[in-house]
Design a protein around this ligand. Sequence first.
Ligand code: 13P
Length: 255
Amino acid sequence: MRRRLIVGNWKMHKTASEAAAFVQRLSELVPPINSLEVVLAPPFTALHAVAQSPASRSFALAAQNLHWEDQGAFTGEVSAPMLKDLGCRYVILGHSERRQMFGDRDEGINRKVRAALRHGLDPILCVGETLADRESGRTQTVITDQLQRGLDGLSKEDLRRVTIAYEPVWAIGTGHPASRAHAEGANTMLRTTLESGWGTEAGEQVRILYGGSVTPENASEFLASPQIDGALVGGACLDPHSFATILTLAQSFAR
Ligand code: 13P
């Protein structure tokens, strides 16, 4: 059975000291977490502060990006070994904000996925269609293409360590989440693609999350679905109360 996973993507929010205070508060608000996995993805500059906080013990740590080379003359970039050394277990890759604003392309994302795996970081690969894609009936083509290109060349063993986040671009930060039926449909397409590429057994164990305007008010709708293995939360993870509420709800839907 796939263990539920809730990831809080902080994006470009919180200084290191704000991050430490946030984790302390969050740990006071959530009951002991035993039936699901919770991952915090602060900005690079706050990873150390979160990792060092005793209050972060029940949470795993993720970075929001990496560079595929281990080291070198790449001003402003951060590598997988650096993130691993800071205590990261996961890394979010191919987020639509990176694809749309910073030129991330499938080929580079694939290199990042491989770099993560090579250095013991588990990739969380984001895929999702834009509104224009959706309106022109291209959702399936776009998301399955992003999935296949992002995971190109991975073995079944590699796939065990991969998580997919389906995040329709039109639902991110808009306050208009996808319907449960839309998210389930997309997740089913993604799982079918995984199963035809890597076999049923390998495809079956990959967690596929939903992300895009998940809030304490609508989280249950997604978390109750057998096709949705958890959530990638943006805005609603920045406030300790609302994130704690989502985590408490998620525990009640634990598998
Ligand atoms: P929001 O929850 O703010 O829509 O962001 C979703 C997201 O992009 C998480 O990675």
